[in-house]
Design a protein around this ligand. Structure first.
Ligand SMILES: *Cc1c(COP(=O)(O)O)cnc(C)c1O
Length: 374
């Protein structure tokens, strides 16, 4: 399939792959009696929050998770009715819209609880809250020494409904890491405190990696992000299908003689006569310039090297004696089928994680299109 003629740079999101991945994860969760939250923060890791949320709900998710309240309200504005949790906003955020829109709030301290309760009293409803215990990640979450007071304040406030307690794992992508059991045991202790306060909240702890490797930590709900997007966070193989393909097309080709060099700085020189294909994507479209000299693309059924520096708007592919047609599809990363490049490969080469690669593809000049939309 060729991109639309105007899609110079295109992120293609395959919702059938997303449904496949979500169904696999929700199946694992259901086997231990847990429901599944699809995490669609950061515009669904660069894949588009509304279409991804809808596809995830079609495939078995019953919850949606966002970072900010604004992200959750965008989903509500699109008509999505599912249970929703938003967990991180600035210290002066007015929670009234959350009460009005029925968005649950992830809270970590007394100040946040007070703001949620105040908003509930103003809006004439109850704030549905998920109290977060810090079990060792030391980001947000309530430290254990403040936990009993937070739980008591929540239990005593009639404007607040404690829906859940929850936490987040630091090393779930390293199965067997001792911190996982340590965090799980602190989580159990935090749960005991809520029980002693007369509450019986849901519990959720697992991200994608723990959903795949630790069924004993699924509790009532798992929160899956990266694996739903088809990128495997754990060492063992899983039947996950990458959802995002980044592609462009050949604009033009030319023949150069041995000894001619390519792109700024003339860092690459042809050692034989060769055919170059010009592809109109560059670092403004999400191709890291640090991949210069180490990047391959998939073009006409083969991996071919990008030669010379990655520019703002263009890259040059060495095609040897092959002559691609203008308009031929060029895949920068995607499903990896037949050995084509993947987001993971980019991440490994530049020293980051595939999360950052796909999330970084949300750019004004990159067109997003969907396959498998119902
Ligand atoms: C992002 C996030 C997740 C999802 O993590 P993955 O590793 O992508 O599955 C789960 N829980 C919280 C609190 C998060 O911020």
């Amino acid at each position: 399939m060729s991109p639309d003629p105007f899609s110079r740079a295109e992120v293609r999101v395959d919702l059938d792959h997303l449904r496949h991945n979500l169904a696999l994860l929700a199946g694992r969760a259901a086997a231990s009696g847990a429901a599944t939250m699809a995490v669609v923060k950061a515009d669904a890791y660069g894949h588009g929050a509304v279409p991804v949320a809808r596809a995830a709900l079609e495939a078995g998710a019953t919850w949606l998770g966002t970072c900010s309240l604004a992200e959750a309200l965008t989903l509500r504005a699109a008509g999505i009715q599912a249970s929703m949790l938003a967990w991180l906003d600035p210290a002066d955020t007015d929670f009234t819209p959350a009460i009005e829109a029925g968005v649950d709030l992830g809270l970590s301290n007394a100040g946040e609880l007070e703001r949620a309760a105040d908003a509930a009293r103003r809006a004439g409803g109850r704030a549905r809250v998920h109290l977060k215990i810090d079990t060792g990640l030391s980001r947000n979450g309530c430290p254990p020494h403040d936990w009993p007071a937070l739980v008591k304040a929540a239990a005593d406030d009639s404007a607040v409904e404690v829906v859940a307690i929850w936490s987040h794992l630091a090393c779930a992508d390293e199965p067997g890491h001792p911190s996982i059991d340590m965090q799980a045991s602190r989580f159990e202790q935090a749960y005991e405190v809520t029980r002693e306060a007369g509450l019986e909240p849901m519990r959720h702890l697992a991200n994608s990696a723990a959903t795949l490797t630790r069924p004993d930590l699924h509790f009532d709900l798992v929160r899956v992000g990266i694996a739903m997007y088809g990128l495997n966070p754990v060492p063992q193989p899983e039947d996950l299908r990458p959802v995002m393909t980044f592609r462009s097309s050949v604009v033009s080709t030319k023949r150069i003689a041995a000894g001619e060099s390519v792109s700024y700085g003339l860092t690459w020189t042809a050692d034989t006569d060769t055919t170059l294909a010009l592809v109109p994507v560059g670092y403004a479209d999400g191709v890291p310039r640090t991949l210069s000299g180490r990047l391959d693309v998939w073009l006409d059924g083969k991996r071919r090297p990008v030669v010379g520096r990655v520019c703002m708007d263009q890259i040059v592919v060495d095609c040897g004696d092959h002559q691609p047609e203008p308009g031929a599809e060029v895949v920068l990363f995607g499903t990896g089928e037949a050995g084509a490049p993947t987001a993971r490969e980019w991440a490994d080469k530049i020293g980051t994680i595939d999360y950052e690669i796909v999330t970084g593809m949300y750019r004004p000049r990159v067109v997003r299109s969907y396959a498998g939309q119902r």
